[in-house]
Design a protein around this ligand. Structure first.
Ligand SMILES: Nc1ncnc2c1ncn2[C@@H]1O[C@H](COP(=O)(O)OP(=O)(O)OP(=O)(O)O)[C@@H](O)[C@H]1O
Length: 256
């Protein structure tokens, strides 16, 4: 069980001219065990900053982030983080990348069967001995996901992990993430620009607005799993989220 709470969080940064930017203003959010939260909003609205605060990589000026009533003050193995460019070790094979965390904790006696399980689950069988530059972008992201999830984090933070992938690969990795979420019941928080992705995966959708970065609305996803991206209900819900984002009604440059 994990309860993530973000209370009255403000984060201020300064641009190159020393101008103050209210990157996040008065952020409040509670996330319960096993939820899948999608955070969506235009570029620069503070999504990554919010994820960094949850992970403990960054600290707010005011307010607090707690996990199970413990103040988050630094990164912790109980909170996994997957980046847009998976950040696999280029000098290690896919198998060694996936087992890296386990080896660091358990040494030579790490559970090799668990590694096999995740290689299978992520569809990476046959590519265990390849190096990251020898596999596709989608495979590399699946390996990065495996490397995090194998550590059994109570919270998995996903920072645009599909952002650099083509549409087909993206849909494939989305399905993998959904399968892992269902099987492991890990609480996940995903940052994305992609409205369809937010809807396809999220149990709730956090809609953000920029300058200052605020939560405009938290919307419960009414769609049952499995979700069909082409169904009328999906398209209807997408329109509702687009409206909340003023999508297509204002040039993006006017929203940031
Ligand atoms: N270290 C920093 N110093 C100064 N300003 C920063 C820093 N990091 C982020 N910012 C600014 O804070 C704002 C929010 O950035 P952030 O990366 O959190 O947004 P985002 O919503 O994740 O954007 P994107 O979707 O483009 O990744 C931006 O205006 C950015 O320029």
């Amino acid at each position: 069980m994990v309860q993530l709470t973000i209370q009255n969080v403000n984060r201020i940064l300064h641009d190159n001219n020393g101008e103050r930017i209210n990157v996040l203003e008065d952020i409040n959010l509670s996330v319960g065990s096993g939820e899948f939260i999608s955070i969506i909003g235009p570029s620069g609205c503070g999504k990554t900053t919010l994820l960094r605060l949850i992970s403990g990589l960054d600290q707010p000026e005011t307010g607090k982030v707690t996990v199970d009533d413990q103040l988050v003050t630094r990164p912790d193995a109980s909170r996994g983080y997957v980046f847009q460019h998976g950040s696999l070790f280029p000098w290690e094979t896919i198998r060694d990348n996936i087992s890296a965390g386990l080896k660091a904790v358990h040494g030579r006696h790490y559970d090799r069967n668990l590694v096999n399980h995740y290689i299978e689950l992520m569809g990476l069988k046959g590519f265990e001995k390849a190096y990251p530059h020898q596999v596709s972008g989608g495979m590399a992201q699946r390996a990065a996901l495996a490397r995090s999830i194998i550590m059994n984090p109570e919270l998995l933070l996903l920072d645009e992990p599909m952002g650099a992938l083509d549409a087909f690969t993206r849909a494939d990795v989305q399905d993998v993430i959904h399968r892992v979420w269902k099987q492991t019941q890990t609480t996940m928080v995903l940052v994305t620009h992609d409205i369809d992705e937010a809807i396809y995966l999220g149990t709730r959708i956090v809609v953000m607005t920029p300058r200052p970065g605020r939560i405009k609305e938290v919307v419960t996803n009414p769609l049952a799993f499995p979700r069909d991206r082409t169904s009328d209900q999906f398209l209807e819900f997408r329109r509702a989220i687009q409206d909340k984002l003023n999508f297509g009604k204002k040039p993006i440059s006017e929203t940031i």
